[in-house]
Design a protein around this ligand. Sequence first.
Ligand SMILES: Cc1cc2nc3c(=O)[nH]c(=O)nc-3n(C[C@H](O)[C@H](O)[C@H](O)COP(=O)(O)OP(=O)(O)OC[C@H]3O[C@@H](n4cnc5c(N)ncnc54)[C@H](O)[C@@H]3O)c2cc1C
Length: 417
Amino acid sequence: MSDDNVEDVEAFRQRAREWIRANLRRADGPGQTLRGKDEQQDLAEVAREREVQRMLFDAGFAGICVPKDYAGQGLTPAHQRAFNDELVGYEYPARLQVPPMTPCMAVLLEFGTEEQKQRHVPAILKGEEIWMQLLSEPSGGSDVAGALTSAVREGDEWLLNGSKIWTSGAWWADWGLVLARTNWDVPKHRGLSVFILPLNAPGVTVHRIEMLNGNREFCQEFLSDVRVPDSDRIGDVDDGWTVGVRWLFHERMQHNSPYVTRPTGATREGEKGSILKVVRDAGRIDDPVARELAGEALEIGLVTEALNHRVARGIMTGTMSDQAAAVGRLLMCVSLSRQSTIAFEIAGAAGGAWADDDGEAAERGTDFLMRQTPSIGGGTTEMARNVIAERVLGMPREQALDRNVPFREVPRGSARQ
Ligand SMILES: Cc1cc2nc3c(=O)[nH]c(=O)nc-3n(C[C@H](O)[C@H](O)[C@H](O)COP(=O)(O)OP(=O)(O)OC[C@H]3O[C@@H](n4cnc5c(N)ncnc54)[C@H](O)[C@@H]3O)c2cc1C
């Protein structure tokens, strides 16, 4: 321990290394993928991840940067990074990181009441509660402040009605953060509030959506007269945008957030396993074209990781504005997309029609078709470019015809209320 009673990072790293090696399974293949799985397989994986999260908690490695008051370790981002370095090559509770730890838990820590934090943060760290974010709506996800889901006050409760969509993992999650409209007579940013929603509450219907690759993780939720107590409101009434701005920041931080436990470099070669294995399994290890492409994939992975680390540190130390998170996010999305394209090019025919022994070269065509996914989830790259232009570079703001208009009067076609 150092003078101020914070464990030395190197001592912590050593302790983490020993515990990880003694307790966690080796990760035997690519990380979490979007490929189709059956429901039982998904549920078994979620159950194992809850178990691993609980093991982390019991060993004193969950919530490394979460204050001790909420059952965290009260340590620093440097400790979290050391833990993540040691985690390379081992299993980890992937589904319990983004969005449960960030943005959801991060928002709770920043805006929750003492009671809300005591109730939920330790449960999240133990893997007992998995949280998802209910932001996007069928009318659009980029214009987050344009939410049409309504919350109407009835005494000590709120009545929620509307629909949210593209919620990752809602069908196996426990709780959601919901952005809803509580005032239609003020401009859009000034009439929103944020609520905590148990996803099994009466009136919540969760439908699963099948994607092109067969994955059914995405959900659409219908909220019909869902009752939420006022004690489950986060932030002030009609001031949900103050919460929303930070919510989006924590979302853009994604895996660079100090609340996320994830092997360092997990995005270095994309989520789909080693590019070198693709080269080998495609039988192209001596092919100069494949080698050059693999070099490019590794290079952009390293640059992205270094930039993200730098931006995260800049934000944490106050030398960069929070908005700079959009820079890291943009580069990561562009890189992941390019890496999928490269893997597909290297895989050749096996990427489109594969046999059992094609190994890592198999299914790369499906990944190629899904390559834009990271550029949409967590806000699109176009929106990240807008943030960089307006908030980082200080360029003029995009024209918005609805900025100073009461939301009720904004033309919205058939969805108008
Ligand atoms: C993998 C993944 C996970 C997701 N998880 C969640 C989740 O857990 N919870 C959740 O709520 N949502 C989630 N989403 C939804 C995601 O946040 C939205 O898809 C995204 O914000 C875009 O919204 P949209 O699809 O409605 O497109 P739209 O908002 O309709 O946009 C359509 C197109 O127009 C562009 N565009 C829109 N406005 C502008 C502008 N002002 N300037 C320039 N271009 C613009 C967009 O970039 C996009 O290309 C997820 C999506 C993906 C792919």
